[in-house]
Ligand binder design. Sequence first.
Ligand code: NAD
Length: 317
Amino acid sequence: MVEQRYGAGSRVLVSGGAGFVPSHVVDALLARGCEVTAVDNFVTGSKDNVAHLSAEPRFTLVEADVSEGLPPLPGRFDAVLHMASPASPTDFAKLPLEILKVGSAGTLAMLERAHADRARFLMASTSEAYGDPVVHPQPESYWGNVNPIGVRAVYDEAKRFSEAATMAYHRFHSLDTAIVRIFNTYGPRMRPDDGRAIPTFISQALRGEPITVHGTGDQTRSICYVDDLVRGILLLLDSGETGPVNCGTEHELTMRELAELIVRLAGSDSEVIFVPRTADDPEKRRPDLTLARTLLGYEPEVGPEDGLARTIEYFRA
Ligand code: NAD
């Protein structure tokens, strides 16, 4: 099994550290005893996500746009995690150039810092790298089906560039790198208005408004509770594996099932209605987790009912 490589005494740099997933990664690293520096420009993240760490001496929050290059950060980092990027479909329309920049210039800046420090570099990639997949479930060996000029391309192609850049540093500079392909993840600290299905449905259910399912609602996603994802990311970080490695769950639900489950768990009387579907919205999404299991011993533990109930409680509060 994978032994913990980063703990007390390790210094870790996390871009996007005030975001939904990255702030949970920061919490987990601090819980292990690491010293963590988070760099964020708060374009989609929030200081509130790390407000509970304001008195933590092992945590530093730096406001900066990593696409403009990293600010001077003293000392040497043992690990560099590049997690900064707007990630929701509404961001694709509102922040297309910011997404392209953070996935290109931002990734190169983070890779350069890892290279200078001889740190391990981990890049947060995405199931969107597979586009609208014609292979199901998706193994890491599948090269994907991405429309390079579609509305989602700013995100999908930026992440594919980030993967290519990561592998170039790995091959050319012998940098110790890892790529995690993250599948749909949800949990506390998501923005209610970020446009992704789960926060949208929960907000609508709690307000008693109709749940707006796109298309027929037959399209599927496999949904992962954030604690499971964070465990997978840290296993990959510790493992020394290069990847890419998928991380998520095999709990595949149709959007209609997801909407109905959220209505039930929220105790809501909202009706489910159907609205036009966005362009290039993938039909199916489910990770092949064979690599994560065999290389990392990863196994998701939180089922959708449990994870959604916890997330609904967070939104209610
Ligand atoms: P998020 O928007 O909550 O977090 C991203 C963070 O990056 C935010 O705090 C944002 O302010 C910051 N950021 C963006 N551009 C920046 C820049 N130029 N400089 C500094 N900071 C910047 O989104 P999330 O869902 O937590 O996603 C985190 C990472 O995981 C992203 O890289 C995303 O692509 C990846 N990912 C997430 C999911 C998911 O289901 N949540 C799925 C696949 C991949």
